[in-house]
Design a protein around this ligand. Structure first.
Ligand SMILES: O=C(O)CCC(=O)C(=O)O
Ligand SMILES: [Fe+2]
Length: 209
């Protein structure tokens, strides 16, 4: 499978965060059709079956809940990641994840040492408003977020002005968030009755030891 991507391969890019002068340092660039249909099918099936998916329990307002999605964390040996009170030890890289990582590094122009995978089994699975601002990601992290399977809505909301930007993350796309996006904006993947199929999302990150 040839995953090497370059700008001439016919993918398009759109900046989701408007170039508003008060916020010029935030960026969320959506690269569409980075992976072609055959690559998407192969990778979706491979990841659905080979990843060690888990449904984790989290504590919200003192109550225990199962997270409304499946997750997994893979990465370099030292790249432990703590989020929502969960300490995730990395599982070692496997081939499809390394190939997708190489594509993301080429598109984003950044290096990654870990990936959080999310599987939304259908429209009932979701991720609430948050920013990826854990201290181990450092200031102004670059995060590359890959989508396979069903398109899901992805919303960004400015923390101060509450300006909200709604978009959809299609099969085979990579969203690269960088600059002050995690400081100034929150994002979510809302629950929806309109989507019955599964989506697999991979967010590549650099975790500081
Ligand atoms: O599924 C998505 O597109 C978003 C995932 C996300 O925000 C995260 O893993 O932090
Ligand atoms: Fe996130």
């Amino acid at each position: 499978m040839d995953l090497f991507v370059k700008p001439s391969d016919g993918f398009s890019v759109e900046e989701l965060i408007p170039d508003d002068k008060s916020d010029f340092a935030s960026s969320a660039k959506l690269y569409r059709s980075v992976f072609d249909d055959e690559q998407c099918r192969t990778l979706f099936n491979n990841l659905a079956h080979s990843i060690a998916w888990e449904q984790r329990e989290i504590t919200l307002f003192g109550k225990r809940h199962l997270q409304p999605r499946l997750i997994a964390w893979y990465g370099d040996g030292g790249a432990s990641y703590t989020y929502s009170g969960l300490k995730l030890r990395p599982r070692p890289w496997v081939v499809p994840l390394m190939e997708i990582k190489t594509a993301c590094e080429a598109v984003a122009g950044a290096r990654f040492n870990g990936v959080l995978l999310n599987q939304y089994r259908d429209g009932n699975d979701a991720m609430g408003w948050h920013s990826d601002n854990e201290t181990e990601l450092g200031t102004n992290p670059t995060i590359a977020s890959v989508s396979f399977g069903a398109s899901r809505r992805f919303d960004l909301r400015h923390k101060r002005t509450k300006e909200t930007i709604r978009s959809w993350l299609p099969n085979g796309s990579i969203l690269v968030m960088s600059g002050q996006t995690q400081t100034d904006w929150v994002h979510q993947v809302p629950r929806t009755k309109k989507v019955g199929d599964a989506r697999i999302n991979l967010t590549f990150r650099w975790v500081h030891a």
